[in-house]
Design a binder for this molecule. Sequence first.
Ligand code: GLN
Length: 389
Amino acid sequence: VSPYNATVIQKLLDAGAVIYGRTNMDEFAFGSSCETSCYGPTKNPRDMTRVPGGSSGGSAACVANHTAIAALGSDTGGSIRQPASFCGVVGIKPTYGRVSRYGLIAFASSLDQIGPITKDVRDSALLLRTIAGHDPKDSTSANVSVPDYLNFLDKDIKGKKIGLPIEIRNLTADGNEVMGKAVEVLKRQGAVIDDKISLPHIQYAVNVYYIVAPSEASSNLARFDGVRFGFRDKSAKTLLEMYENSRGEGFGAEAKRRIILGTYSLSSGYYDAYYLKAMKVRTKIKEDFDKAFQKVDAMIMPTAPSSAFRLGEKTQNPLEMYLSDIYTISANLAGIPAISVPASLSKDGNLPLGLQFLGKPFDEGPLYQIAHAFEQATNFHQKLGNVTP
Ligand code: GLN
């Protein structure tokens, strides 16, 4: 039981929201399927044999099946957007620093952001308006004023320039399905699609992320030593034994994998070859976006390469699991906002597929404008139909 409220929770309470539960997630937010939770997996309410996505899978599932009107998630590499896509709901990762992380357990401090998961774009705008803003308790929170995001809704998108990166071409059948339809919808509304935009370094995004994120995670998890935080082994005879047992027994397999990967990349002798190199490529990715945003207002990409996969399908193959985030990770590396909205149904199983709009730093307003216009034109969030709790 938390001894204090996170800033986002306090802000929601102050605005009159009723907080009535905590949702399941991957342990320490490490995962793309909600299967690494010590409480067991969450199932996708649209097909109980499938994962809800992760790590904030419980949040997306409970919004999709009407257990909650809205939920919060955290997104380090896609954990709000990918579950939103899998469950047919709306999820936004705000700009890095837009929302206070005070009270959020740190995964990778240079990537983590909290954001809302909701049934539609309007609720998302309403929630983000409530939780965004500078917080002196979080030194990484940005002192940038928060516009009323509701003012960006119900506006047309005539003349809005939307970039379709040339690197996002080799798509799966589901990816092609979702992108083809979306581009048509946007064009019909008067948006100008620029399909010559290039983000040459995003091909390295997954590689960079799986150096940077585990490195920061291994450092952040050092505090879970059984002394002040988390599980403590009571049987140990010496201090060292207590540390070893607490960490050995307390962390799950995925957390241990990340600690090992991260400690390796940060260790002397490997730091330059891995962590430093990854940080340099991260800068290149950020520069690609900066350049692209000189030409376009927003960018469009699939949220995930597929619809929700089956429970257990990827648990034995971490690398394949990591590839679920191929389209979401670059927004975290670049620190930019990205919103996933329901956009189509998968070819095979009638499962939801999302697409994401990515914007300039602190441009959540214009992103809401585009996402809302798209949502109103397709009405896809309602076509998905109801699932019962
Ligand atoms: N799936 C990614 C990972 O496992 C992202 C998780 C997240 O955004 N918290 O690291």
